[in-house]
Design a protein around this ligand. Sequence first.
Ligand code: ES4
Ligand code: ZN
Length: 326
Amino acid sequence: MSPYHALMPLPKAELHLHIEGTLEPELAFELAARNGVALRYPDTEALRQAYRFADLQSFLNLYYELMAVLRTERDFEDLANAYLARAAAQGVRHAEIFFDPQAHIARGVSMGTVVEGLWRALEKSRQNHGVSTRLILCFLRDESADSALTTLEAARPHLDRITGIGLDSAEAGHPPAKFREVYRAAADLGLHRVAHAGEEGPPAYITEALDVLGVERIDHGLRCAEDPALVERLVRDRVPLTLCPLSNVRLRAVDSLADHPLPALLDAGLMCTVNSDDPAYFGGYAGDNFDAVRDTLGLGEDRLRELARNSFLASFLEDDEELRAA
Ligand code: ES4
Ligand code: ZN
């Protein structure tokens, strides 16, 4: 760790962060006890041992399993506050936070419990943590298009809390075009739009997310590197990519961090950002991801500053607010 970092982490925005993926083992056990929910693991150490993933699906299985401990508004408030405190300590000044309502509604936890619980932490986040926030509702792409439409309907009473929509969960076999209708409806409601694409899925899913869903950013987008014409388009249109280097290592999207295409993507002129995805599961928060790419990929201070600047430019902050934060 450089002395610079120790004194003052680079101010940054985090644009790719699943709040359910910030559930640390300690909090999972605390909430399990509070709510009388049984976990399959005897203790936090045993649970941490399960954090070895072969691919996206093997991670998602544990991610959905552990959500069982999240039951009340207070649980979601505590979860968000724990994330915001950790993020703030690593220089995050603005966070655009994904949540997966379908995964909670399926367990009998209502949209209102999730959104209003998260909101209790978010509405005080500037004051308590020095972090501005936005909420992005994600649809599970391995659920049906009808389920996504029903979920958007369920969110309608809470739209004053929600800035945009996203698309996550198992990518392969679930192309963006499946969600054409719900993205159209969200656009008509004035919501921002993003989608995971090109994490495990092919580069064609990135193109489809842009052309069919009208997304403003691509979450991950890692596999764009396989298609030079697509890279050219993303550069020309300044489409931000929300990359998550430690996530890519843990889910085996890359063989090792040293093989991560981030330096090549930056050299190609892409608007890259660095984010943590599911930090409790993947070994680090936003600052840890910055440290890792600095130490392992040899990114210099100019590149790190570019990444931090991109994160504010690619955010959904309004212009004046954005300048103050940056
Ligand atoms: C996710 Cl890493 C990742 N990819 C897709 N969906 C997700 N949900 C939570 N983390
Ligand atoms: Zn993600």
